[in-house]
Each structure stands twice: as structure tokens, then as C-alpha cells.
Design a protein around this ligand. Sequence first.
Ligand code: ASP
Length: 325
Amino acid sequence: MITRTLFLISIVHLLGCQSPSQKEAVVPKDKVILVIHGGAGTITREKMSATMDSIYRSVLQTSLRTGYDILEKGGTSCDAVIAAISLLEDNPLFNAGVGAVFTSEMTTELDASIMRGSDLNAGAVAGVKTVKNPIKAAFLVMEKSSHVMFSGAGADAFAAEQGLEIVEPSYFSTQNRLERLQQIQKEHGTVGVVALDTEGNLCAGTSTGGMTNKKWGRIGDSPIIGAGTYAKNATCGVSCTGYGEYFIRTATAYNVSALMEYKGLDIKTAAELALKQTYDLGGLGGLIALDTAGNVAMPFSTEGMYRGYITLSGAVKLLIYGDEE
Ligand code: ASP
């Protein structure tokens, strides 16, 4: 979760140093086929031990390689997105799946969405409580229903009927987590992946536990197509992370695509401008974006964002802090 303090810190940081757009300067030397994020927030070198730093990088690398193996064998971009995200949903380090943050009532309500760039088909679940891997439920909404989003108990029942793994709500109460890990994952850790398959099709997915202490059935941007997730082969695939309300209000994920389509911007410029418009409203966060040529953008307005990509040749790039390029 991005706190007010972080908001203020980041304004100072941004005013003093660089704008969100200047911070991102990733120019791929090779075609990128899979890009990943593990959330944006107050992620600084001072706050991170060397051990945690390498654990995060290794988990993200495993996730990238898992998706890569699927793409290499000719699997679809959505298969790669599901596999890469499921792996992160099964890891308590991230605010998704088993690591989901708690609501004000100490329960967990999970959100996820997926979108395919070839036909603009999409699926999402919001506020599910018993689905082990919400990204798989989102995919089944897309593939097995004529709808785009299911919520609450209905979404849980749909997932069960589709044969997905159902768990007791206590599965998400990871009491055995170390206190420090709880603190870290409370502040950030939404996950997202965009993949490009050998057919040239993009797919984007996002999964989250939402914001700590949320109530009234609050839903953020992550399961909302156009806000937290978007994919269109003609432009790009996008997954966002950050203060969801602002990403909904500025339709951030779709905005990246629209800026490319209607303004003719390249992916990096479009991603930075869309994020700036969200930031200008008061929303901190970040996003990942990938186009069919394998160009990637990973801008963020927070101090750090877990992020990385893998190229066609299998080269992995992983970044965490704001000063890494
Ligand atoms: N965007 C998510 C939400 O608002 C949270 C996050 O990405 O940190 O639910």
C-alpha cells in the first residue's frame, strides 16, 4: 500500500531529482517477450537486506523463466501469463494469492484480471475468498463465460464449478510469515505480467490482494479492464500497480494503449505520460508495458518497483530500486 507519507516523500524525491518519466530508461537490446512486476512502493536499498534483495530477484527470475519456457515451446501468451503469475500467487512475499493483505476484518479478498490482445477478450474476478489462484479464475471467466467480470461469492462458486483449486479462507492467513515479511508485503506486492507469444499475440494479467485494511468490499484497479490491465495487439499489453483508485480514475492501462493508438506515441513515451497523468491526480505507482515488437516500458513514480523482463534469447533483466537501469 502506498501511504500518504510515501506520497510526500516521493513528491520531494521527484521534485528534487527526476520525474516519473525520466526515471525509466530501459532500452532493450533484444526483443523482450515477457515482462513482470511485483508491485511498486517504498522499496529502497536502506529498507532491504541483501538476503531479501536476492530472494526477490530469484523468485521473479523463476517466474520469468517459467513463462519463458511456455513461450519457447510455442505456448500462448496467456498460458505464460497464468503460469508466471500463479507462481507469484503461491509465494507469500507478494500481495497476491497466499500473500494477500488483510481487509479491516482480517479476511482476504482477492482480485485478478487478464486480457488477450488478439481479440480484446478479457476476464476478471473481484473479491474472491477461496480461489487459490485468482488469475486462473479470471482466465476461465474469459474463456468459459460470455461475461468479463464476476465478483464475490458468485465468482468463488464459478471457479469451483470450473474445477479450480479451492482452499479454506485460512489458507490466506499466513500466520507463519515472518513479521518483517508481513510488513514488506503490506506495503506493496501486487503482481503483473505481460507476454508476447510466437504468434505475435500479447496477453496481460494482474493479481492482487488489494489494499491493506480495505473495507466495504473495496475493489481497486487490478481486476478492472482498462484501469489495471489492458492488452491490444495493435498497441501494447499493460499491467499496473499502485494506488488503485487513481488508476481507475485515469484509466491508466487503457490510456497507454490509447496514447499509442491515437497520438502515435512509442510505448515508452505513452507509458510515462499515462503514469504522469495518474501521478498528477495524486496516484503513485507504476506499470509494465510491452508491444509486439518487443519494446518494453516499466515506469514508476514510487521509490522502487520490483520489475524485470526476459528476452527472446533468454537474457533476464531484474530491477528493484529507483536508481537501477
Ligand atoms: N493496485 C492495487 C489496488 O489498488 C494495489 C497495488 O497495486 O499495490 O488494489
